[in-house]
Design a protein. Sequence first.
Length: 367
Amino acid sequence: MNRANVNGYGGGDRGRGGVNLPALRGHNEALLLDLLRAAGPPGLGRAELAARTGLTPQAVSKITARLAAEGLVAEAGRDASTGGKPRTRLRLVPGARYAVGVHLDRDELRAVRVDLAGGVVARLSGPLDFGAGPEAVAEAAVRAVGRVSAGAAAPRLLGVGVAAPGPLDWRTGVLGRVTGFPEWDGYPLREVLVGRLGLAVVVDKDTNAGVAAAGPGGPGPGAVVYLHFGTGLGAGLWLDGAVYRGARSGAGEFGHQVLRLDGPPCRCGGRGCLEVLCLEAAARGDLRGAARVLGEGAANLVALLDVDRVLLGGRVVAGAPEVFVSGVREVLAARALTAAPPTVGLAPAGVAEGAAELAAGRLFGRG
């Protein structure tokens, strides 16, 4: 089911207004679905939907009737009567559609199938050799999608989101010279997967998927950064209610800021990069030291972007979450340029879940 892409990919944009024009029916449907998704099981009444969107009550009734016929919307009960006819509340039906998310890491593959509320209904993980080459990795992704989507009718699958190491062009789904894996340069991953799966496919950097995983529709208002510490180190940026990718898809190369001019060589070709310093500290078992170094890099980013929240994720962080949260928090507090340093916490979901969120976004007007 195709939805009009009016606003581009964003999230938490509850201020979007409806448009009373037949040509933008898809936009208005997406707008109502997004509001119902945010409302959760209690749902919203038609009058409230009209008030929030600027659509007429008649338009809301027609649109919600269509959505109900498609199985996307159902009644959520009735409000208590205030003397007139009790108003019916509507809710999103989570199991009406699904999206699949795949995280291609350098040595591991994770895949999930999620419902419209972001709930995971199937997942798998296993080893992956990113160095085996694009064709082998693409085939592994195809098999993973087939396994997690087993039992879901094709019309109910919105599409597949694939998160991979950067650099890559998220518009075309073509990978660049991934650090340590130059053979990926120019590989049209999205085109290949569309051909083999017969589904809509979104390809984006793992860090962008990570910040999108902060919740249905994204982490909300303000400036939020997601720092991913796994086999590499990168950042996902959430600015002004949307993932910020940069004009050339290059935003978020957080790990390759130089902290020590005479530091150890990094696989990117530089020396003393944040990534190599963190990886070396973690390899020798100094997780507190790795957290402090990560905090120094985070402090640079916070000072540059005036960040409200810092979210941490990735397998190294998952192995010692409190060490990293407290370590980064301490550095940010010490280096704060304002009275209130940003909050620091763990990302609420993984990169594969975020990739699925990117794939589901088109239904909610963020395709």
